[in-house]
Design a protein around this ligand. Structure first.
Ligand SMILES: Nc1nc2c(ncn2[C@@H]2O[C@H](COP(=O)(O)OP(=O)(O)OP(=O)(O)O)[C@@H](O)[C@H]2O)c(=O)[nH]1
Ligand SMILES: [Mg+2]
Length: 486
């Protein structure tokens, strides 16, 4: 492209002084130009300082994901990553293969444990919460065959693979056990009883960092073989594919699970129905697989991402704001570590798994899971440290709630306060929403809005919509606060 000259630049010729200009006209024109320049300089200066102020005031938004173990905190975080940190998500997705393989083996083990119990004539536990409990002390009515013994023998290599995967994935791969937690541990320790600073803190940027602390081995370049090369676990699982299928589809095994009320398909990290797709050498996890994968969070994990400013703002990176999302371990022994993070947090997303009305805490089987969630909600609502913090409630696992209601499980039986209301998911949600709202109102040190969403965070499409509205609500609060501070 040629250089612009007066001849070919239409704007330049407009600003060239007229050739017949008098001395007075020249003075007047130069005065006007100087004034215009001054105005322009002032505007530039104002824009520069506004931009600097905006940058200074553009504090990170800090969000804590709270709730009991297996409530869906990490799954919510995964939804944030899928929506707002797509590149990192893509990079990490393959690394979930090892977790999914371990989840799959866990389910095989759960099925086998039930079969072995039945084979060895162990009576059913009378401690069950279930309704139609058919003669728990009766001898097993099933005729096991050579096929079952053979499957047991042929699936033995999975034990070695399970141990290997656990070693690679570290503490997160083990669920909390009852013995880990003293029976007296409250739902959330009071702040003044917590030693500071950050007593059990394991602060890492991502779940991947957490793994890497444990599982760098000479054979693996990163956890879980992020490349799709084959490894021992993948080979063994692929070799066992037909036997796993035979076990899962076996008529007697199905009846054993039914008799023993082992609802393995409702448990976290269930992949047995996807065995043909997963137990192959070329397996690469899908987004949905990663959402359904179960890996316990240990300590506090810190995740950074840039979220656009939402609503009326133009969705461009320069309008983005840094968000720091803290994902925490939810079992009772981990909760004391949350408190130091309350101090400078902007919002809390609280996960209440509404389907767990008939379940008990793994770490303290005396406690009903929904009861524990209520106690936790009350502790957070009444905490003076959180008085000015927005709490967004996710009534999560609505899909599992629907399933249980369809199976005819009575909510009233486990939650007598539910009374004579209709046993439907819609009514249960309405009732619980009212209960959470009332508790917030009653225990909050000062009035604050109640934000609640009914969610199934394994459903990424629906959750993306929820997260947009949560983002906007949190930003509105955050901006209001920033304006107040300025
Ligand atoms: N069906 C269904 N499963 C869910 C839902 N939310 C979470 N899950 C599954 O439940 C399991 C536990 O979820 P996580 O997100 O790991 O739970 P967490 O709250 O992070 O648990 P901790 O890290 O132990 O505190 C995972 O396998 C999820 O895929 C849901 O809405 N519906
Ligand atoms: Mg977690």
């Amino acid at each position: 492209m040629g250089r612009l000259s007066i001849e070919n630049d239409p704007f330049a010729c407009m600003t060239v002084p007229p050739t017949n200009e008098t001395w007075e006209q020249k003075m007047a024109r130069e005065r006007c130009e100087a004034e215009a320049q001054q105005v322009s300089d002032e505007i530039d200066q104002k824009l520069r300082s506004e931009r600097a102020a905006l940058k200074k005031n553009k504090k990170s938004v800090k969000v804590l994901l709270l709730g009991q173990a297996e409530s869906g905190k990490s799954t919510t975080l995964k939804n944030f990553q899928l929506a707002y940190a797509r590149e990192a998500w893509q990079e990490e997705r393959a690394s979930w293969r090892a977790v999914i393989q371990l989840n799959l083996i866990r389910s095989v083990r759960t099925v086998f444990d039930a079969v072995l119990q039945e084979m060895s004539g162990n009576t059913l536990s009378c401690d069950s919460d279930d309704d139609e409990f058919a003669n728990p002390t009766a001898r097993s009515p099933f005729q096991f065959t050579e096929k079952h013994q053979l499957l047991r023998f042929r699936l033995m290599p999975l034990r070695r693979v399970e141990a290997d995967l656990k070693r690679r994935l570290g503490a997160a791969s083990e669920e909390a056990t009852a013995s880990l937690s003293p029976m007296t541990t409250p739902p959330l320790e009071e702040p003044d009883r917590v030693a500071s600073p950050r007593p059990f803190e394991v602060s890492v940027r991502s779940w991947k960092d957490a793994f890497e602390m444990h599982c760098r081995s000479p054979k693996t370049s990163s956890i879980g073989h992020s490349s799709l090369e084959s490894d021992d676990a993948t080979d063994v699982i692929a070799e066992c594919r037909e036997d796993i299928k035979a076990l899962w589809e076996d008529h007697i095994v199905k009846q054993v699970l039914k008799r023993r009320k082992v609802r393995v398909e409702e448990s976290a990290g269930f992949f047995l129905n996807d065995i043909d797709r997963i137990a192959v050498h070329s397996y690469n996890p899908t987004d949905e697989d990663v959402m359904r994968a179960r890996l316990r969070t240990v300590g506090i994990q810190e995740h950074h991402m840039t979220l656009d400013e939402g609503e009326s703002r133009v969705s461009r990176p320069e309008f983005g704001r840094d968000w720091i999302i803290y994902d925490v371990g939810g079992c009772r022994t981990q909760r004391a570590a949350w408190v130091p993070y309350f101090e400078d947090v902007n919002a809390i997303i609280f996960l209440a798994p509404v389907s767990c009305f008939n379940e008990r805490l793994t770490e303290d089987p005396r406690v009903n899971r929904l009861e524990d969630t209520f106690m936790l909600w009350k502790s957070l609502a009444s905490s003076p440290l959180l008085a000015g913090v927005a709490i967004v409630l996710f009534m999560n696992k609505c899909d599992l709630l629907e399933l249980k209601i369809k199976q005819g499980i009575s909510v009233k039986k486990y939650m007598p306060s539910y009374g004579e209301r209709e046993n439907s998911a819609r009514q249960v949600l309405k009732y619980l929403r009212g209960k959470f709202k009332e508790m917030l109102k009653q225990h909050s040190p000062r009035p604050r809005p109640f934000y609640a969403h009914a969610t199934s965070v394994v459903d990424t499409k629906a959750t993306a919509v929820t997260l947009t509205s949560v983002r906007d609500a949190i930003l509105r609060d955050h901006l209001k606060e920033a304006e107040f501070v300025v």
